[in-house]
Design a protein around this ligand. Structure first.
Ligand SMILES: [Zn+2]
Length: 335
């Protein structure tokens, strides 16, 4: 079974497939995390390989080719993604060997006489060597070869790769569509869907994660620890945060800071509207330069978020970045 694209991506998919004869040989799909880019990518690949596509160009879901795409065995499809080792640990990079392993695939013509498709997801996981190796193929792709790359981090795509692709920006759903989908997936109330979506920055796939027992409570605890700064000593916040995976608390800290920035600029908070008065109070104590600096500092922390060498130190360094929004700490007295 091939997975259907998410409902909010049906229209973009139809538009992409409307003039399939003029499809570029390399596409780069950009979009924020948690909106279903991977599923879109697979639906697009299925449509390109389907042997009896529907009138709108989408995959039929019934032919042999669709069956093979669903099973991951289509001979004319290659998917380059993060490698998973025997212990189920996901690697950090798409390795150059993965691109080199394509070489045979790239020179033979399609087994089914049609297109050949290579998906690279996430494309930002290619290191420089991998990207350079791919470059040559992107310059002179064989007949019927289509590359589709996806990424949430456009800045991390080398300009050399980007310039050889046509860029498409994939949008997430509007709030009502997202809320209806989250309710349908989790059976939650409209109120919960709204607050989970706000916490997830509008990303529906991330919002559903709050339906897991304990997840919303854990999120609340992280948020409370962050919101208590700077009055609460940073050691206490570090105590609360550093045992949790940094991939969970760093985005919360970053969104909290963004909401302070929005309040500072006179806008409504985007992520934590229920805590508007605390945000407004904190916003008064910041200055624009400090806020911008803190924002850059936290963004830079993402480079190490997957595998911080020392979770406690990583947490303390992130808190220090955040506190920069409130100006330099007052010099200690009595010494
Ligand atoms: Zn089909």
């Amino acid at each position: 079974m091939i997975e259907q694209e998410f409902p909010w991506h049906t229209e973009p998919l139809r538009r992409e497939l409307a003039d399939i004869a003029r499809l570029p040989h390399a596409l780069l799909l950009l979009g924020t995390p948690g909106i279903g880019k991977t599923r879109y990518l697979h639906a697009l690949a299925a449509a390109l390989l389907c042997e009896s596509p529907a009138g709108d160009g989408r995959a039929c879901g019934r032919c042999d080719a669709c069956g093979w795409v669903g099973a991951g065995t289509h001979p004319d499809l290659r998917i380059l993604t993060l490698p998973v080792d025997d212990d189920g640990k996901v690697g950090k990079e798409i390795k150059v060997d993965q691109v080199r392993a394509l070489s045979d695939f790239l020179v033979v013509s399609g087994h089914r006489g049609g297109r050949r498709v290579v998906l690279i997801d996430p494309a930002d996981a290619m290191n420089t060597v991998t990207a350079n190796t791919l470059l040559k193929t992107l310059e002179e792709p064989g007949d019927g070869l289509v590359f589709v790359l996806a990424s949430s981090r456009p800045d991390a795509i080398p300009p050399t790769i980007r310039s050889r692709c046509q860029v498409r920006v994939l949008e997430g759903p509007v709030m009502e569509v997202a809320s209806a989908w989250v309710q349908g997936e989790t059976g939650c109330s409209p109120q919960d869907a709204g607050s989970w979506l706000a916490m997830a920055g509008g990303a529906p796939l991330h919002a559903t994660q709050f339906a897991e027992p304990g997840r919303a409570a854990a999120h609340r605890a992280m948020l409370e620890a962050i919101a208590a700064l700077p009055e609460t000593p940073s050691e206490l916040t570090a105590d609360a945060l550093h045992r949790v995976d940094a991939r969970q608390w760093l985005p919360v800290m970053q969104r909290w800071l963004m909401d302070i920035g929005r309040c500072r600029a006179g806008a409504e908070p985007r992520y934590f509207p229920a805590l508007g008065s605390r945000l407004a109070e904190l916003a008064l104590r910041t200055d624009p330069a400090g806020l911008a600096e803190a924002g850059r500092g936290l963004a830079a922390q993402y480079r190490h978020v997957e595998h911080p060498l020392n979770p406690r130190l990583f947490c303390e360094a992130s808190i220090e970045c955040y506190l920069g929004a409130f100006g330099a700490p007052a010099p200690a007295t009595g010494r």
